[in-house]
Each structure stands twice: as structure tokens, then as C-alpha cells.
Design a protein around this ligand. Sequence first.
Ligand code: 5AD
Ligand code: SF4
Length: 465
Amino acid sequence: MISKITSAEMAVQQEYMKKVAELNAQRAQPPVAHVHSFGCQQNVSDGEKIKGMLAMMGYGFSSSPEGADLVLFNTCAVRENAEDRVFGNLGALKKAKHQYPDMLIGICGCMVQQEHITQRIRRSFPHTDIIFGTHVLHTMPQIIYEAMTTRKRQISIPDCDGVIAEGIPLRRESTLKASIPIMYGCNNFCTYCIVPYVRGRERSRDAEDIIRECRELVQGGCKELLLLGQNVNSYGKNIGTSFSELLKRINDIDGEFRISYMTSHPKDATRELVDTIAECEKVTRHFHLPVQSGSSRILKQMNRGYTREQYLELIGYVRERLPDVALTSDIIVGFPGETYEDFCETLSLIKQVGYDSLFTFIYSPRKGTKAAEMPDPISAEEKGRWFRELLEVQQEIGCSSYRSYVGQTLRVLCEGEGRTDPSLLTGKSRQNIIVDFDGSKELIGSFVDVKITEALAWALKGKIV
Ligand code: 5AD
Ligand code: SF4
């Protein structure tokens, strides 16, 4: 069952925040926390809640675990390498915990929602003080209080379909760009994916709560609102509204700002949604439409709910209604049973679509998913070769798509100094493409028109007009 956390329950957590803050105030020095969020935007957004609660409890923050009083790993379970990194980081803290027994070490997020992972942590990482799952994030103050006062390991991983908790304090990563979760969980059960098992069933936040948050952000000077969900296209299904409706309402908020969204599922991206995006001038011209594979046979095995042809038809409509759109996608290479012929269909699809950029992954078996039980005869070396071939093909496509922007004038949200060249300014176009240009620092935080003069591998260069 999905439950909405009541304000009374949230008030209890507020009390725990105060209690921990009182304990922390007695320390000789203000305590420091190191929070590391792995994985997707949703997790980064959870990290902002974690930091928001910790700040209320009196913690400052450090970018390294060294010398921290509290270390918390907010984990990702989508692929094995993300999990391996967490185990590596956790193992590396064994010595520190031995030296400073008062230090608290915690692990939370998607990884610990899996029974076999929790067992491994209990067995092999006994220096872990706190373990809590995705559905009890809002109870973190209580968990930390208990860990501090009882000195006993705290484990909280209730098995449920998910919760919605409003009113958790936030410590946002940026004042210019804000992430706003609009829904949580996923019902799609793509056969390779662990997300539905670790994040629970699909559930949407109330539109009023989202609009209020967006309005406050815009009034506070925020210039980009990133609407987040595993599948934003199914927003509002159970509460009598829709993603299109939500976009229109946010678009109606006064001010110059952008609305972006992540992630769309192609099976739920309707023509009506594309029409809405075309009508809403504040919505970015960047459509991330993860295709995963160009082979209808593999798409069926993946339980994606569309064929290659249906996907291409959708892309055709997106290009027709949004001629200045940038398209990006996720691709999985080496899904169980994929043949080189299937892979070649992926190559032909990416050539046909002409993506601006791709997120590419080698298939990683996830325990408990259907695909993990499927025969997978292709060797890791072979998959590696296919993967490199994909990267080469995409590099060519990406470069030619970037070159097509040369000569155009793009509206750019100036975000700061250039990453590689601090004498330049950098920002993002409406297509979500990095644009570097010359200009004075006062422009940071505003929109400027930039004429593109040069296409680099991962960015564009231009001059303010
Ligand atoms: N193996 C490899 N890639 C995966 N993804 C999700 N699950 C797996 C997996 N088991 C990729 C998909 C998804 C992105 C977020 O991660 O491409 O769109
Ligand atoms: Fe995973 Fe598919 Fe849900 Fe995306 S839509 S989170 S890939 S199950």
C-alpha cells in the first residue's frame, strides 16, 4: 500500500531533528557530515533532502569522508559497478571507524532495498551503524538519534509499496537550477531493471504541492525547474491529472525560467504531450527518450511496450512539432540473447534518429529481475567490442549534430565560469547543450543570446549577440 506521511508523523521527525541538534550542540566542535549520492537525478534529489535534514540537526558538510563525524552513502542499484564502488568506499572506512569509534557510518537508498545486499553489509561490513531503505528517508532524524543514543546498529528497511512525504527540509545543490520530484517509483518492470523492486510502485505528488514549490523557486530566483520521475509521462494517472496538465500549469507561472523533465518512457509519450511541449514556451527543447535497443525482438524481451517502428514514428512526430529539439537516449548493449544482428539494428536506429548524445551501458544482471534468469551466451569481451563500436558510431553522429548548430543563435542560461577555461562563461542552451562564450561574470544567472561559432566534441562555443 502507498501511504502519504501525515503532518503529525513529520512533526515527530522535527522533534528528533531538534533532539539531535541539542546533542550536537554539546560537542566541542560543530559536527561535519559527508554525504555521497550515487546514481541518477532522483538520488541526487534524495541527497538534497538528506542534507536538508542534517543541516537542521546541526551538521556542516565536507566533500571527503576524512575526519567526518557522519558518513552516509546514498546508493544506486541500477548496475553492478555502482554497487561495487559503494562496497569499496564502505570497506575503506573500516580503519577510520576503528580509530574514531564515535564516527557514524550509514548506507541508504536503492542498494539496501535488496535482501542479499543487506545481508552482505551485515556480514562483511560490521562497522556500518545505520542502514535504511528508500521508503523511510523521512525518518532519518529518528534513526540517527537512536544510533547516537543507543550505540546500537539501526536497520530500517520496511517492505512496502512506497510513501509520499511532503515537507522534508531541503539543501539544494544550486540556486539557479532546482530538481523537483513529481512522482516516485515505477510500475513498468522492464525485465533488466531493478528500479520497480527498490523504489516501489508509481505514485504522484499532488499538483498543488508541486506548483507551490515551483512558484516559490521561481520567486527566489531559480531559472530552471527540472521535473523528476522514473517515468514522468505517467504523472497524475491515479490522481486525475496528467503530465501535460502539470506542464501547462507550471508554464503559466510568471517569469523567465525553463522547465525540463526526466525521464520519459516512449510508450507513454503521447502526441498530446508533444503538442503540449510545443505550446509551452518555457519547456526545454530537449527530449530524452530512452530507446534501449533498436531491435523489436529485444524490445519485446525487455518488456518495453513499443516496437522499433512505433518508436521511430514517435521521433518523427517530435521532430515535426519541435524542429529545434535535441534528442538523447539510453542504450543497453548485450542484453541476454542479443545477437550481433540485433545490435546492428540499434546502430541503424541511432543513425536514423541522429541523437545529440547517448548514455550507453553494458547490460548488468540484477538479481531478482526476469532478465537475470535469461540465457546470456555472449562473452563480456564480445559485448565490450560492440560497446566500443556503438561509441564510435555515436561520436560521429553527435559531432555532425553539434556542427549543425554553428551559425545559429541560441538562448543560453549562463551558469558560471567555464569548466576547462575559467576566462570563459558557460551555460546551457534550450536544447540542454553546453555553450561556452566570452562575457562578464555579472551575466551568471541570466539568460543571454549566443551566436554559435564552433562545435567541440561535448560543447558549443559562441559569442554574445
Ligand atoms: N544493465 C545496464 N543498464 C541498465 N539500465 C537500467 N538497468 C540496467 C541494467 N540492468 C540503464 C537503462 C536505463 C538507465 C537509467 O540505466 O538504459 O534507462
Ligand atoms: Fe526501470 Fe523501465 Fe521503470 Fe525505467 S521504466 S525505471 S528502465 S523499469
